[in-house]
Design a protein around this ligand. Structure first.
Ligand code: ZN
Length: 388
C-alpha cells in the first residue's frame, strides 16, 4: 500500500515539475559514512537505486568509503546488471587519516590551519598536496582495499587545500619545505609572499575585476602569482594521482569547487580537466555549509573584510548560469553537482529549486548532473521531479 502511495506521489510530482526535453544522465552518490562499517546494508542500497533508477536515468553511482568490501561486491553486481557504473568515492587530501599515516598541510608560517567546528563534525584536517608520501598513501590505499571490489572508476574528493573554512591561513597553505620548493620552481618566493601579506593585510586579497570566464583579477602582483602557482602545484599533484589511478583502468571523476572560488583552494580547471573523464563542480546555491557557494564566499568576505573589489553575489539562477558558463570551455565531460538533499537550516532545498537548477544545467547541454550528496536520504519528491 505504501509503495502504491509512493508511486502516486512520484507520478504527481513528475507531472508537476518535469523539466523540458533532453534527458540528462544522472550520477548519484551513496554516502556510507566513514571507514567503518557502512551506514546501510547492500540490500537497502540496491532497493533504493532500483527505485530511483525507475524514475531517472542513472548512469553512475559514486559510493564510499567504508572498508567493507562485501558491500561493493553486492552493489556492484546489481549495478552492472543494469548497465550502471560504480565509482569509488575516494577522499584524497583529507579524511584519510584513520587509514593512512599522512603528513599534514601547514600554513605559510608553519602552523596547521584551524578546522571548522570540529565539535559539530564539520571539520577535517588537510594534508600536504606535495609530500610524495601522501600521494603514495592514497594509491596504496586503493590497491590494498579497493582494487578487487569491481569499481569502474574513482571519484576524487578533497582534491584541494583548506578553504576560508580554515580562515585566511587555511587558504595560505601548504607552506611546508617541499611546497616552498615547488613554489620557488614556479618562480614564487614564499618569504616574499609572507612579507607582502603581512604588510598589506586584507588588501593582499583585493581584486580589480571579476568575470565568470576569467575569475577574479588580483590587484597585488604577488598575490596573483601566488594563487596561480598554488593552482599549478595542488592541481599538478591531483593530476599525478589521477593518472596513476587511470593506469589501473579506472575512469576518473573529480569533485571541484565552483569556478569562482576554485583558485583559492588550488583547483586549476585547465589542468584538472585534462586528467579527468568528468568534473563535478559543486554548484550549491542552497547549502549553508562548506562547499556551498554563498557560504564559502561569505566566509571569505568575513575573513578579509577590508579587501576591496569583491562584488555581491546573490545565489540566484543568473549566478548559477554564470558558473555553468565558466565551466563550459573545459575538455572533459561535465556533470555539475546540484544538491537534492534536504536539511533544515543547512540545505533548505525544494522540488522547485531542484528543477530550476536542473533546467539551467540542461540548457548548457552538458552530459548530465550529479545529485548530491546522499541519494539514500534525498526526499523522493526531489528525485521524481527530475524524472522521465
Ligand atoms: Zn606542503
Amino acid at each position: 500500500m505504501k509503495r502504491i502511495a509512493c508511486f502516486i506521489i512520484a507520478v504527481l510530482a513528475l507531472a508537476a515539475c518535469r523539466p523540458a526535453s533532453i534527458e540528462p544522465g544522472y550520477i548519484v552518490q551513496v554516502s556510507l559514512g566513514s571507514w567503518d562499517s557502512p551506514d546501510y546494508t547492500a540490500g537497502e542500497i540496491i532497493d533504493r537505486i532500483d527505485s530511483v533508477s525507475s524514475l531517472i536515468n542513472v548512469k553512475k553511482v559514486i559510493i564510499g568509503w567504508s572498508l567493507d568490501k562485501d558491500i561493493y561486491h553486492s552493489v556492484g553486481s546489481f549495478l552492472h546488471g543494469k548497465g550502471i557504473e560504480m565509482l569509488l568515492w575516494l577522499p584524497v587530501f583529507a579524511e584519510t587519516d584513520e587509514v593512512c599515516d599522512n603528513i599534514p598541510a601547514v600554513d605559510l608560517w608553519g602552523d596547521v590551519p584551524a578546522n571548522y567546528d570540529l565539535a559539530a563534525g564539520e571539520g577535517f584536517r588537510f594534508n600536504c598536496p606535495s609530500d610524495p608520501r601522501n600521494a603514495a598513501n592514497i594509491i596504496s590505499l586503493y590497491d590494498r582495499c579497493f582494487s578487487d571490489c569491481g569499481f569502474d572508476g574513482v571519484f576524487l574528493d578533497r582534491i584541494r587545500t583548506q578553504s576560508f573554512v580554515g580562515g585566511v591561513n587555511g587558504v595560505l597553505s601548504c607552506g611546508c619545505p617541499e611546497c616552498v620548493r615547488r613554489f620557488a620552481a614556479e618562480g614564487v618566493d614564499i618569504d616574499a609572499v609572507k612579507e607582502e601579506c603581512t604588510a598589506k593585510g586584507d588588501a593582499f586579497f583585493s581584486v580589480s575585476s571579476y568575470a565568470p570566464e576569467t575569475g577574479f583579477v588580483f590587484e597585488n602582483p604577488v598575490a596573483a602569482s601566488y594563487f596561480k602557482a598554488k593552482g599549478h602545484i595542488v592541481s599538478g599533484s591531483v593530476a599525478a594521482i589521477a593518472d596513476s589511478l587511470r593506469s589501473r583502468g579506472l575512469e576518473i571523476g573529480m569533485d571541484l569547487y565552483a569556478p569562482f572560488m576554485a583558485p583559492f583552494v588550488g583547483q586549476d580547471y585547465s589542468i584538472l580537466s585534462q586528467h579527468a573523464d568528468f568534473i563535478k563542480p559543486m554548484l550549491y546555491r542552497m547549502t549553508f555549509a562548506p562547499a556551498g557557494m554563498g557560504f564559502e564566499y561569505g566566509l571569505m568576505r568575513d575573513a578579509i573584510p577590508d579587501a576591496s573589489g569583491y562584488p555581491e553575489f546573490a545565489m540566484e539562477l543568473a549566478f548559477l548560469d554564470s558558473q555553468l558558463d565558466a565551466m563550459t570551455p573545459y575538455p572533459c565531460a561535465k556533470y555539475p553537482g546540484i544538491e537534492i538533499n534536504y536539511r533544515e537550516g543547512v540545505a533548505p532545498t525544494s522540488p522547485g529549486y531542484v528543477t530550476e537548477s536542473l533546467e539551467a544545467v540542461i540548457a548548457h547541454s552538458f552530459e548530465g548532473a550529479v545529485l548530491s550528496w546522499n541519494i539514500m536520504e534525498a526526499p523522493d519528491s526531489h528525485i521524481a521531479c527530475l524524472g522521465r
